[in-house]
Design a protein around this ligand. Structure first.
Ligand code: 5RP
Length: 226
């Protein structure tokens, strides 16, 4: 089974968790896109809160009812991908630069399900560079403060500004992304605290204690992790 087939299987399995009447959070990325397609095929009466403009566009093109997080006080179920799934369903997210809106929707959700292909499951977080969203104003000095925060956590690495086609990547909210090649994140909670304490850091891609369940596609089918 290819990685794409594994993502598709996980996305379709997650769509089975949705019932009519629900408010559903739609993640961002290639795996979440499979969930969005599978959900649209079910033609349920649901309202969907997208975590990015790209997902909003995809959902609308498939006939899903798209609303904003401002329209609700709570989301019933959010389904989203991840860049890494570590022990205890601790995650790295943000490879698609949507981490802030993703985290806002996840935190407003009664239940969060992460979907992924098998390669995303890791024994320790950190091989995937950790995305950190920062405000554009003063971002070079913010990056120096991020270095200090990483050093506090025994990570002697420097974050790199994410650039695409020669220009800094802008998030849907107009912020910038720095990626920190941590390598090994031994204490994700301590790192999360240190990064959040830096003025100019809007948020980071560590999603801790947020996922209730993972559906991981693999050669033998979809495996459920709680
Ligand atoms: C976007 C994300 C994505 O969920 C993550 O990057 C995984 O993407 P994909 O499903 O394409 O591998 O966090 O910000």
């Amino acid at each position: 089974m290819s990685a794409e087939d594994q993502k598709k299987a996980a996305g379709y399995a997650a769509a089975d968790l949705v019932d009519s009447g629900m408010v559903v959070g739609l993640g961002t990325g290639s795996t979440a896109a499979w969930f969005v397609r599978a959900l649209a095929e079910r033609k349920l009466d649901v309202r969907c809160v997208p975590t990015s403009q790209a997902t909003a566009d995809l959902g609308a093109s498939l006939g899903l009812t798209i609303i904003s997080l401002e329209d609700v006080t709570e989301v019933d179920l959010t389904v989203d991908g991840a860049d890494e799934i570590g022990p205890g369903l601790a995650l790295i997210k943000g490879g698609g630069a949507a981490l802030l809106r993703e985290k806002l929707v996840w935190e407003a959700s009664r239940r969060c399900v992460v979907i992924a292909d098998a390669a995303k499951q890791v024994p320790l977080l950190g091989a995937f560079p950790l995305p950190i969203e920062v405000v554009a104003f003063g971002h070079r000095t913010t990056a120096l403060r991020i270095c200090d925060a990483l050093a506090e956590c025994d990570l002697g690495v420097a974050p790199r500004l994410r650039v695409k086609d020669g220009a800094p990547v802008r998030t849907d909210g107009g912020n910038l992304i720095y990626d920190a090649p941590c390598g090994r994140i031994e204490d994700p909670a301590a790192l999360a605290r240190a990064l959040k304490s830096v003025t100019g850091v809007v948020d980071h891609g560590l999603f801790l204690d947020l996922a209730d369940q993972a559906l991981v596609g693999g050669p033998g089918g979809v495996v459920r992790l709680e």
